[in-house]
Design a protein around this ligand. Structure first.
Ligand code: UDP
Length: 463
């Protein structure tokens, strides 16, 4: 093992799986190279340190002075009724001061700190805190470059009135400033507080601009034009070193539980490329009516399916109570509904033929890396941009719009995606990207080179 002294990196992830997972994968990459890593994490959605024994964890408590348990805006009862914009606002507010304090203690605590890696969402407050203690800050952007181009264009798009266009009447209009996006692809979130959404995005973009470097979980062969366009407007150097999860075998914690074994056992019994894997990530929720349409659509398609329904993700119900009596029995062994899977393993399984996804960036990248074609049903924010790129630019998937998601349409699209061997080259393009992802991680590949540059860059900070 290399000497780790003086090569210590502090990391500050945002506490959602789509942000935490790539940060922990990045921590694994740094650890592999010989850095020691301390994860400063929020008390909200705190991780289980025993799953990541290579890193030091430090909990940042949130500021709830003078508030009772019920008043605490980060209590389960309060956050369960918040929209995502409000939740991010509260997280940023509540952890700003405690983060400053924890960072100062970590930096003052002996071993030299190389730099802070903070999620782009934390914005300029993380920058101010790092400046105060004299530590350089590198940003991790957990989304793709294409969607970041759209976020960076928000002020312009706003001036041009795109956000006030009636979505239902002109949603198919092109956004001429951002081809190939249409109005309906703009990365907005339904919220009662659109001004706060603009503030969060502006802070993310400006905080990324003023950082000492930007780490991207993407790779050049996938997003070269978008990375080039962005970097020409940024002083901070860019490091597209993705896909993170493919860097080395021992990156994420691979502890398997009983359910994981059951899922693998079930997948092992299916024919190659026969299973449709359906999952809408860690945040999106659906109406009961949509849930039932999905259930019937999957069942009527007569394809084997593995469907993740997170606890509480069907509004107004706990889990599967809305299914008609006898529904699962009617499916027999043909379908499986679970609460969570090890998605990396599922996508890598030879039985999986297609992924019906909400197009979160991690899911998109994970599917591309395994050469699995996608059905795209984006729900909000960058998922819409990712879906447009999957369907029209990389051409590795087909669209199934949420507003058109009834059981007949679902059945039709699922059947179609499973027949694509005979169709227009989607599977070939998927395999081509899979190969490109592997090449970029090879010794002379672009992501490996950027990783070398990143290491030299962060090591130059404390000299
Ligand atoms: N994920 C998983 N099991 C599941 C559902 C999701 O491991 O059952 C992981 C998935 O592999 C991905 C992350 O959770 O790394 C979801 O991130 P993404 O960006 O796709 O979507 P988000 O949850 O942020 O909407």
């Amino acid at each position: 093992m290399e000497e780790r002294k003086g090569r210590r990196i502090l990391m500050f992830p945002v506490p959602f799986p789509g942000h935490f997972n790539p940060m922990i994968q990045l921590a694994g990459i740094f650890h592999h190279i010989g850095f020691s890593v301390t994860i400063l994490h929020t008390s909200y959605n705190a991780p289980d340190p025993s799953r990541h024994p290579h890193f030091t964890f430090r909990t940042i408590p949130h500021n709830n002075e003078g508030e009772s348990e019920e008043e605490d805006p980060l209590s389960k009862s309060q956050t369960s009724t918040m929209d995502l914009v409000s939740l991010i606002r509260v997280l940023k507010q509540k952890y700003a001061q405690p983060f400053r304090k924890s960072l100062a203690e970590e930096v003052g605590g002996g071993e030299t700190v190389c730099c802070l890696v903070s999620d782009a969402i934390w914005g300029r407050r993380a920058e101010d805190a790092a400046k105060e203690v004299g530590v350089r800050r590198v940003v991790l952007r957990t989304g793709g470059a294409a969607s970041f181009c759209a976020f960076a264009a928000f002020p312009l798009l706003r001036d041009k009135g795109y956000f006030s266009i009636q979505q239902n009447t002109r949603s198919d209009d092109p956004v001429i400033e951002l081809p190939p996006l249409k109005v309906k692809d703009l990365p907005v979130i339904e919220t009662n507080d659109p001004e706060e959404l603009y503030r969060i995005i502006n802070d993310m973009v400006e905080g990324t601009k003023s950082s000492s470097g930007v780490i991207w979980n993407t790779f050049e062969d996938l997003e070269r034009p978008q990375l080039m366009e962005l970097s020409s407007n940024y002083q901070a150097p860019f490091f597209p070193i993705g896909p993170f999860h493919k860097h080395c075998d021992d990156l994420p914690s691979k502890t398997k539980n009983k359910e994981d074994y059951e899922i693998t056992y079930w997948l092992d019994k299916q024919d190659p490329k026969s299973v449709i894997y359906a999952s809408f990530g860690s945040l999106a929720d659906i109406e009961e009516k949509e849930f039932l349409e999905i259930a019937w659509g999957l069942r009527n398609s007569e394809q084997p399916f593995l469907w993740v329904v997170r606890m509480g993700s069907v509004r107004g119900t706990e889990w599967l109570e809305a299914l008609p009596t006898g529904f699962m029995e009617g499916i027999g062994h043909k379908g499986k509904i679970v609460k969570w899977v090890n998605q990396l393993e599922v996508l890598a399984h030879p039985a999986v033929g297609a992924f019906w996804t909400h197009c979160g960036w991690n899911s998109t990248l994970e599917s591309i890396c395994e050469g699995v074609p996608m059905i795209c049903t984006p729900c909000f924010t960058d998922q819409r941009v990712n879906a447009r790129y999957i369907v029209d630019v990389w051409r590795v998937g087909m669209v199934l719009e949420r507003s058109k998601m009834d059981k007949r349409e679902i059945e039709k699209v699922v059947r179609r995606v499973m027949m694509i061997e005979k169709e227009d080259g989607i599977r070939e393009r998927c395999l081509d990207f899979k190969e490109k992802a592997n090449i970029c991680l090879s010794k002379d590949g672009s992501s490996s080179k950027y990783l070398d540059n990143l290491i030299s860059h962060v090591l130059s900070f404390d000299s």
